[in-house]
Each structure stands twice: as C-alpha cells, then as structure tokens.
Design a protein around this ligand. Sequence first.
Ligand code: FES
Length: 116
Amino acid sequence: MYKDEILDLYKNPRNVGELETEYHEEGENSSCGDSTEIFLDIKEGKIVDVKHRTEGCAISTASVSILTDEIKGMEVEELKRLDRDWMLDKLGIEVSALRVKCAVLGLKTAQKSLED
Ligand code: FES
C-alpha cells in the first residue's frame, strides 16, 4: 500500500459505525491516548459484519479500515491467530517501532472483544 492510500483511508475510513453485539471492545494506545471501538457480528463462528469508531492517527485509522475489510467473512478462529506481522504486511508501509502500536491497535482490540 502506498502512502497516498493510507491518507485516503485516514480521510475516508471504511466500515465506520456501530453494531448491536456482545462482541464489542474499546482499545486505547497508551502512548498517545488514541482509541478505537470495534464491533463484531458473529454467526456460527464466522464474522459476518464489522464496524468501528476510531479516533486516531493516519496509521491506526488506516490499519483499522484494512483490518475490518479483511476480517469480514473470516472464521473467528482465524482472527484469533492473526498477529502483528500480518497487520504490518497488510498495511504495507515501513513503520517505526513506536508506530507499531498504532498499526496493531485495531487488531488487538478486535481479538480482545472475543475474550469475554
Ligand atoms: Fe495515536 Fe497512532 S499516534 S494511534
């Protein structure tokens, strides 16, 4: 992904909104205070819809946009297995060690929503 596409996802994030669901979690990047809320609609072990509300930087907002597009239709067990490297690979740009937290904010929050 190119920087222009990241900026486009920042200005026009995908899958923004809320869902009535028990699979809901808020996550915060403690280093900057930015946050995201993720809502997963799950049926028969599959993620059938995803929404989010994100107040974050370009990298976190673009990453949540990409994440929500990618996990729609995915098995819950597969989401649990996704890691930092998967997210960075999907983001496709170099990020500094400090910004890795921005990139994985959505993924960690989505995975946490499955825990309760
Ligand atoms: Fe806050 Fe990136 S600077 S999430």
